[in-house]
Design a protein around this ligand. Sequence first.
Ligand SMILES: Nc1ncnc2c1ncn2[C@@H]1O[C@H](COP(=O)(O)OP(=O)(O)OP(=O)(O)O)[C@@H](O)[C@H]1O
Length: 223
Amino acid sequence: MIEFHNVAYGYGGRDIFSGLDLALPAGSFHFLTGPSGAGKTTFLKLCYRDLEASSGRVDFFDQADSTLDRDAVAKLRRRIGVVHQDCQFLDHLTISENIALPLTVANRPVSPQDLSDLLVWVGLSDRADALPPELSGGERQRAALARAIIMSPDVILADEPTGNVDWDMSLRLLKLLTELNKMGKTVVIATHDLHLIRQAKSMVQARVLRIADKRILQAGADL
Ligand SMILES: Nc1ncnc2c1ncn2[C@@H]1O[C@H](COP(=O)(O)OP(=O)(O)OP(=O)(O)O)[C@@H](O)[C@H]1O
């Protein structure tokens, strides 16, 4: 789905990654760990082409990065749903309008039934007409997940989706992400939470990646 070939990336001359070789196959489930500032968000941004590799090559859905024009990049982004760390919403729109926003912006019809099913799935039916500032942290995270998948992406990237929620809510979010994976979606979760990763072992066949020395390595079974 997304493949990194000898990729380097840095900010202002400071390398975050170098010699990165990695594949995220279709239908896989990955956790990405590493200390704060190691580059987890940067890696996710490279995965949805918000950032471009400084050198090396990233292939998206079997297409080399360098061959993609603007339309192709827009198209590939529609196949990738992102749950951002800070979950920003438009505060003057309701939760259901925010969730439907990617469709509205793309000028695509919003099916009331699909939207309602999605709200039920994330457990937000009774909050559909609330405004974002009225939501709890866990509700915001679930709304962000719903918004990320409304375009039926093939890949879901979640940046610290359980960062600000309690354990029960973390498990609930993890369950939603594993359900998406069972539907065939490729899932990548960046997280500090090793407890969550251990918990996931009984729910899904997940690979754990760890950022170390500007590379991303498969973590050992000791986690
Ligand atoms: N736009 C930017 N310009 C310059 N440096 C940046 C920029 N974005 C991130 N960095 C730096 O790059 C490094 C990696 O940042 P990144 O946000 O990817 O780490 P992270 O592992 O996601 O961190 P955290 O767990 O704290 O969210 C950090 O040192 C950060 O300060």
